[in-house]
Design a protein around this ligand. Structure first.
Ligand code: PMP
Length: 302
């Protein structure tokens, strides 16, 4: 394959038919988003959102991009912003992965830290403040931008449908901003209203009504209900402990040779639970959003 720009490598990631013991002789198919050039699902958002913002005249070749992010969005945005030669300021709560922050710096982004205890809400507030002081700045704000679910409705979900041998019984995926779940669930339900859409969250996320608290599973879990979730059809919410997520992260490396991050571990743990309740030979589709390589300094492997 001959390419001219790294962004050409975004999307068209592989779908793996996991060869492991799955209840009820069902299949779990996982979309391997670590194979995007920036290493995560969020490259797709950068590519789609910037293209749209450019076409709509919201950004030009003098714009500074400012975004509050837990990490992968920052990497995806900084990577795509390079092709437009736009400076990027990423507002990151301190607690997030060291490796992700190093990669953002490598891509030339400026990082502004906010206190960990203020969570993503603190980062959003700071980004809004910066927007007022930086001339010709644009805050895409993935948490509110409709281009977020649209990205996955237009790219990831159709790719899955094209690669899947057979029909989908259930779509199981985590939610951080909620964009990938909302956009994909909508697409699959448009294709077949019987597809079950099951959202995954770590303990400490609020979708299931539980109390908000911190968790080690990184990239998923919400502190407030994302606006797109108001219209999203969710058939079930599965809550996964950090312990169960990291158990799968370890198991999948040893048995499948796959380096998956903790949100992927949670997605797999939830998919296995869902398989127990679905009819035999169901096809469960899930997303593995990134790789474990960006969490190695947290000693995730036992
Ligand atoms: N997993 C990881 C590792 C992520 O970085 C993200 C994005 N925060 C997600 C899952 C969830 O994606 P979304 O924002 O589309 O809900």
């Amino acid at each position: 394959m001959l390419i001219k720009q790294v962004t050409q490598l975004i999307g068209d990631t592989p779908l793996i038919d996991l060869q492991m013991e799955i209840p009820n002789q069902s299949h779990i198919y996982a979309k391997l988003e670590m194979y995007n050039p920036g290493g995560s699902i969020k490259d797709r958002l950068g590519k789609y959102l910037f293209q749209k913002a450019w076409e709509e005249g919201k950004i030009n070749n003098q714009t500074t991009i400012i975004e509050p992010t837990a990490g992968n969005t920052g990497i995806g945005f900084a990577l795509v912003a390079q092709t437009y030669q736009l400076p990027t300021i990423l507002v990151v709560p301190e607690k997030f992965s060291f490796e992700k922050q190093e990669l953002m710096k490598a891509l030339g982004a400026k990082i502004v830290h906010t206190p960990s205890e203020e969570g993503i809400k603190g980062a959003i507030k700071k980004a809004r403040e910066l927007e007022k002081t930086v001339e010709n700045s644009f805050v895409p704000l993935q948490f509110e931008n409709k281009a977020n679910p649209e990205t996955y409705h237009h790219t990831l979900a159709p790719e899955i449908s094209a690669d899947l041998p057979g029909s989908i019984t259930a779509f199981v995926a985590g939610a951080g901003s909620g964009g990938s779940f909302a956009g994909s669930a909508q697409y699959f339900k448009e294709q077949d209203p019987n597809v079950k859409a099951i959202v995954v969250e770590p303990e400490g996320s609020i979708l299931n009504g539980g109390p908000a608290h911190s968790h080690k599973t990184e990239g998923i879990g919400v502190e407030f209900t994302p606006p797109f979730f108001k219209d999203t059809m969710m058939d079930e919410i599965v809550t996964i402990s950090d312990e169960d997520a990291f158990f799968q992260v370890n198991k999948v490396a040893k048995e499948q040779g796959l380096f998956i991050g903790s949100s992927s571990g949670a997605a797999l743990a939830a998919s296995l639970q869902v398989a127990e309740k679905l009819p035999p030979k169901s096809n469960i589709v899930t997303i593995f959003p990134d790789s474990s390589e960006r969490y190695l300094s947290q000693h995730i492997y036992q």
